[in-house]
Design a protein around this ligand. Structure first.
Ligand SMILES: Nc1nc2c(ncn2[C@@H]2O[C@H](COP(=O)(O)OP(=O)(O)OP(=O)(O)O)[C@@H](O)[C@H]2O)c(=O)[nH]1
Length: 617
């Protein structure tokens, strides 16, 4: 059992530094974290691999950080003392900013990384404001000073002008070449405060994340605010009231290492044979049963999903597995929400809420990889606010549930306030794009003599459907984007239904602005004609608003000799064809009499590109 005195703990607490690294995407957070692990010998050189903290395969493959990670590092400083760092790496993409705000709640300091060539970007600003909101000490670091285009002085000036932070003694670093890392380590010790939680007060530990482990139950990641927790302690989760006995406490360094105790100021994990995953929500507080804290810590702001999409198992028998998988993922991803839904076309599934399309992509891929599921996903939709002629207000997350037009008084859609940072030369392109996406100009501010911050009000639905990709391609990658939900505004919106062989397919319905309806109707019927394979009868494909048909095309039937060829062709070729067919089948869903591939449900997302081709842009 743990053997320690309060004085020893107090001494230890003075040597703890909890900090997070925040930056715009690709400015080098993960590389800096790697260097810190390397120079403090937390990881032996032979075990060192790039992006060590990005432990998910998906993170490595895509080269992005999705989840926050907390690692304990021991650093022997120039003053001869050994300091305990808890380094919390965070994602940079706008879809994952909820992970950033959670990690910041566990830290006292934030290293603000800014690329020496790119300067301050939209997410730099967004993240630094999150850090300031959390009262964190901020240490500016200018990274990539090895680049020929690096201009640290200009970036210092920008940090002062745009963020209002003194950047005179910003640490100059090249994470790639290892330059400036020793200075950075010293500055972490001198600039960030030690945590100040009361060691003798009743336990309060904030749950900031958890994972499910088939053997140990839920592994809960905590930041201890006050008191001490150790194996054998009886704990209570304050909001759910669940009680457990602690089996193990420890830290990640970067692999799990058992400890005798975790104390105020520590960031680590705890296990207690927790099998019921609903009892340990992120944001809840853990205390001791026999000496409980009076109140839980303030939790996290609940995240509002931005987009919803239907998730259905390809094989209807896997419905229960999908629910299990979603529950387990939710434990690890507080922003994920879901509820059961049924579709005439797709059977039983779930309506799942996401923070953006990247988040949706990541969840879908994790479900398929980590839980071995085969999914059919419907096109994402924002939440519309509908007032019916009876005065009832409905929040519509699924386009197929939109009431008939004669029952609707108004439809409102969510608007965001977007800021786009871009070099002067591309302002014209940005404005043209924003205008085309129904944007309403707000203001424009100069960041320095060559860059501006353009602000627009825009419908969220236009932003989530590849606005970011378009923005990048029309500014050669120079623009950065950040946005926050603003308000609901009335819009002239209509629902387009798709009919296959005369039957309405609910999972293919979508909502658009009336001005784009006919055009989108035409494009999507043409797209579906391309995507849905021919069958042995002719299939009419129609787009309609109510009873009014906007567009129609036909998928022709197989000609007899085509099938005949397959049956009489040479055996090798026949086998190949059959195999190809079989593989395709896995991703097909029988909708009434028609087999529809997964791709078709996403076709509505693709219509935007064609629209622009059609207009010759
Ligand atoms: N030239 C140069 N390149 C660097 C330096 N530091 C990082 N990079 C490169 O910049 C890219 C992005 O680095 P990451 O560390 O993955 O960036 P990040 O900010 O963690 O990105 P996310 O996790 O996706 O938010 C990688 O290709 C790195 O190799 C540096 O000091 N100099």
């Amino acid at each position: 059992m743990a053997d320690f005195t309060i004085d020893q703990l107090k001494e230890r607490q003075k040597r703890i530094r909890n900090f997070s690294i925040v930056a715009h995407i690709d400015h080098g957070k993960s590389t800096i974290a790697d260097r810190i692990l390397e120079q403090t010998k937390t990881v032996a050189e032979r075990d060192m691999q790039n992006q060590l903290l990005d432990s998910m395969d998906l993170e490595r493959e895509r080269g992005i950080t999705i989840k926050l990670n907390a690692v304990e590092v021991h650093y022997e400083a120039n003053d001869g003392q050994t300091y305990i760092f808890h380094l919390i790496d965070t994602p940079g993409h706008v879809d994952f900013s909820y992970e950033v705000s959670r990690s910041l709640a566990a830290a006292e300091g934030a290293i603000l990384v800014v690329d020496a060539a790119q300067g301050v970007e939209a997410q730099t600003l967004a993240n630094v404001f999150l850090a300031l909101d959390n009262d964190l000490e901020i240490l500016p670091v200018i990274n990539k000073i090895d680049l020929p285009s690096a201009d640290p002085d200009k970036v210092k000036q920008e940090i002062e002008d745009v963020i209002g932070l003194d950047a005179d003694d910003a640490v100059l670093v090249s994470a790639k070449k290892g330059i400036g890392i020793p200075e950075l380590l010293e500055r972490i010790v001198s600039d960030f405060p030690a945590p100040d939680g009361d060691l003798e007060a009743p336990l309060q530990a904030l749950i900031f994340d958890s994972q499910y482990d088939a053997y140990r139950g839920v592994v809960v990641n905590i930041r201890v605010r006050q008191g001490v927790v150790k194996p054998g302690d009886k704990i209570r989760i304050m909001n759910t009231g669940a009680e457990y006995e602690v089996n193990e406490v420890g830290v990640m360094s970067p692999n799990a290492q058992k400890r005798d105790y975790l104390m105020a100021g520590d960031v680590g994990y705890l296990t207690a044979s927790i099998k019921d995953i609903s009892t340990t929500q992120s944001g809840d507080t853990i205390t001791l049963v026999n000496n409980p804290a009076d109140e839980p810590l303030p939790g996290y702001k609940k995240m509002t999903p931005m987009v919803y999409s239907g998730l259905y198992p390809s094989d209807n028998a896997k419905y229960g597995d999908l629910r299990d998988a979603l529950e387990k993922l939710q434990l690890n991803d507080a922003a994920l929400t879901f509820e059961p839904e049924t579709s005439q076309a797709l059977g039983f599934g779930f309506r799942v809420g996401f923070l953006g399309l990247l988040h949706m992509d990541v969840i879908q891929e994790r479900l398929e990889r980590e839980f071995d599921l085969d999914l059919v996903t419907t096109a994402p939709s924002v939440t519309y606010k509908v007032t019916t002629t009876d005065g009832e207000v409905l929040m519509i997350e699924n386009p197929s549930e939109l009431p008939a037009s004669q029952d609707i008084k108004t439809i409102e859609e969510p608007y965001v306030h977007a800021q786009i940072m871009v070099p002067n030369d591309y302002v014209g392109a940005v404005m043209e794009l924003a205008q085309r996406k129904r944007g309403e100009f707000d203001t424009m501010e100069y960041l320095d003599e060559s860059r501006v911050n353009v602000k627009y009000y825009m419908p969220l639905s236009e932003i989530i459907f590849n606005f970011f990709d378009k923005l990048k391609s029309s500014t050669r990658g120079y623009a950065s984007l950040d946005y926050e939900l603003d308000e609901y505004r009335p819009s002239d919106l209509v629902k387009i239904d798709i009919l296959l062989n005369g039957d309405k397919v609910d999972a293919l319905s979508f909502i658009v602005h009336r001005d784009f309806a006919v055009e989108r109707g035409r494009i999507i019927t043409a797209k579906l004609k391309e995507i849905i394979p021919r069958q042995n009868f002719e299939i009419p494909v129609q787009a309609a608003i109510g009873n009014k048909i906007l567009a129609r095309t036909n998928i022709k039937a197989y000609r007899k000799d085509v099938t005949a060829k397959i049956h009489t062709g040479d055996p090798d070729r026949r086998a190949k064809l059959l195999n190809k067919q079989k593989r395709g089948k896995a991703r097909m869903k029988d909708v009434g009499t028609v087999s529809v591939p997964q791709e078709a449900f996403m076709a509505v997302l693709k219509t935007e590109d064609d629209e622009q081709y059609a207009k010759g842009n």
